[in-house]
Ligand binder design. Structure first.
Ligand SMILES: Nc1ncnc2c1ncn2[C@@H]1O[C@H](COP(=O)(O)OP(=O)(O)O)[C@@H](O)[C@H]1O
Ligand SMILES: [Mg+2]
Length: 300
């Protein structure tokens, strides 16, 4: 079942159309990467899903229930970490989660149990200092714990890793992938390597539309032809092969790159190498990175 379904949503700010007939769905128990450059409309989309922003057209369903602007009934299924989470700096993490639990009407024992479990999950269980002294990464981790407090079916995180260093990013990504058995995770980002690390599915938002979407595997397969990189022992060998095999490009002293090649092309290259007795150090089929694919679909 789709925990989130966005159907033909359009959003304009004044005369500016930010989302243009946007549609995509998120199946349960996936980690879903919502990718787009700054200003693409990721936060806008998330706010529409949360019923915090009014859409001009289209419908949104969370767990099969329609989202109505200004009402928060569907938010009982959602845990949300905004792009810049705000905390009361004078509190400890436990005090903060307790307050959040009280606001949402959880009972005392449930709060203590759940908060203890979550602080352990995000690695803040030994942290007794006040939030004031927290690093950005620690604040993001506390934000995730808070968003998971009422065991949501859908966790939405708005750019949870964008402001963090590589270590902090890894910690967040590890937490997000560890919760996917219990909750579906949707997170927005412009960092493509984060997506490649933990997502099952993605949607690329560009100029108000999804220009690329689906499982990571399918997306990598849609490209017609792969790149093949060859490395030779000597410059002379590389140059000889380049003369024999058209369309190659020199990318180093002894390295050549052939793009958009089929398996058949690859076999022909191997035959050519063998017939002409050119030894190679390496012949490798390169998997396209998401970045390659993204630049390709937006035509850059
Ligand atoms: N309240 C608003 N009023 C006018 N324009 C807005 C408002 N919120 C966002 N925008 C514009 O909508 C576009 C998308 O913004 P946003 O959803 O924040 O992008 P992202 O989160 O992908 O960086 C941007 O051009 C932004 O300037
Ligand atoms: Mg944003």
């Amino acid at each position: 079942m789709d925990i989130l379904k966005i159907s033909h949503v359009t959003k304009t700010f004044g005369t500016k159309k930010v989302l243009n007939d946007l549609s995509f769905s998120v199946p349960e128990h996936s980690v879903f990467g919502f990718i787009g450059q700054n200003g693409a409309g990721k936060t806008t989309t998330m706010k529409i899903v949360l019923g915090l922003l009014e859409r001009n057209q289209g419908e949104v369903f969370v767990n099969g229930e329609k989202v109505i602007f200004g009402q928060n009934t569907t938010n009982k299924y959602i845990g949300y970490l905004p792009d810049v989470p705000e905390f009361y700096d004078f509190m400890t993490p436990m005090e903060y989660l307790t307050m959040c639990g009280q606001i949402t009407g959880m009972c005392k024992n449930e709060i203590t149990e759940r908060a203890t479990e979550l602080l352990k999950l995000v690695g803040l269980n030994v942290e007794n200092k006040r939030i004031k002294g927290f690093s950005r990464g620690m604040k993001q981790r506390l934000g995730i714990a808070q968003a998971l407090l009422n065991s949501p079916k859908l966790l939405i995180c708005d750019e949870p890793t964008s402001a963090l260093d590589p270590m902090g990013r890894k910690e967040i990504l590890d937490i997000l992938s560890s919760v996917k058995e219990h909750t579906t995770v949707v997170f927005s980002t412009h960092i493509l390597s984060d997506v490649e690390r933990i997502c099952d599915r993605i949607a690329f938002l560009h100029e108000g539309e999804i220009v690329l979407g689906g499982t990571l595997e399918d997306i990598k397969n849609i490209r017609n032809g792969e790149s093949i990189e060859l490395e030779f022992l000597t410059v002379k060998d590389a140059e000889r092969f380049l003369e024999l095999s058209a369309g190659g490009e020199k990318i180093g002293r002894t390295k050549l790159l052939f793009s958009k090649r089929t398996e058949r092309d690859m076999l022909e290259m191997m035959e050519c190498l063998s017939q002409n007795q050119i030894p190679v150090v390496r012949l490798e089929r390169l998997e396209p990175t998401l970045e390659d694919l993204f630049l390709e679909v937006i035509g850059k």
